[in-house]
Ligand binder design. Structure first.
Ligand code: 5GP
Length: 207
């Protein structure tokens, strides 16, 4: 049986929608791996270098841009965020599914570079609910919350570029929906069907 490559999943959606929590659930399946991004933002309490992000300086980030090391990168809330290219490609080559939790600007760059990427957009039930969640998270100042809400509406305008939308009204249901999407994508007929046909032909011929 031919060794099929893993699938690349882009998960975008307004900050506070629950992307991190949903990704955490999806990553309990050992076939799925998270792509740790590089960022110039300060670590939040509890965040670990190399786990949530690779935390670097502006200068280090720009060296990586110069070396063409990113699959995509963008400026989000005044900081750089980028997806290291080689790590992602190696994981896919090994047959792992790779999950990118990135913003819409980055998602569109990935789609352009790798059109086979599966694009999932997470939505909050409403902006009021999103505001509540951001306030409860308690990690951002009121001014930053306003920025994130305004970016949310800007991001939602690009939903037509995505393949699937999942409204995170109830965490368990949202996770179940994302899992179903992944199950369906794994069952999608690949571009190269010859190895599948050959397998059955060979069996028929008794090879
Ligand atoms: P946070 O600062 O809350 O961890 O992330 C802010 C936003 O940046 C989120 O929407 C997150 O999805 C996005 N983000 C995280 N990593 C990347 C990345 O590598 N590239 C891009 N384009 N966005 C990212």
């Amino acid at each position: 049986m031919s060794h099929s490559k893993g699938r690349l999943y882009v998960i975008s959606g307004p900050s506070g929608t629950g992307k991190g929590t949903i990704c955490g659930e999806i990553l309990k399946d050992i076939r799925n791996e998270f792509s740790v991004s590089m960022t110039t933002r300060e670590p939040r309490e509890g965040e670990v270098h190399g786990r949530e992000y690779f935390f670097v300086t502006h200068e280090e980030f720009e060296v990586n841009i110069g070396r063409n090391n990113f699959l995509e990168y963008a400026t989000v809330f005044d900081n750089y965020y980028g997806t290291p290219k080689d790590i992602v490609l190696k994981k896919l080559e090994k047959g792992r599914n790779v999950i990118l939790d990135i913003d819409v600007q980055g998602g569109l760059q990935v789609k352009a570079a790798m059109p086979e990427a599966v694009m999932i957009f997470l939505l909050p039930p409403s902006l009021t609910e999103l505001r509540k969640r951001l306030e409860n998270r308690g990690t951002e100042t009121p001014e930053k919350i306003e920025k994130r809400l305004s970016k949310a509406v800007d991001e939602i305008k690009f939903i037509g570029e995505y393949d699937y939308m999942v409204v995170n009204e109830n965490l368990e249901e949202a996770v179940a929906t994302v899992r179903s999407i992944m199950t369906a994508e794994a069952a999608r007929i690949p571009d190269k069907v010859l190895p599948i046909i050959r397998k059955y032909e060979q069996e028929q011929k008794g090879e």
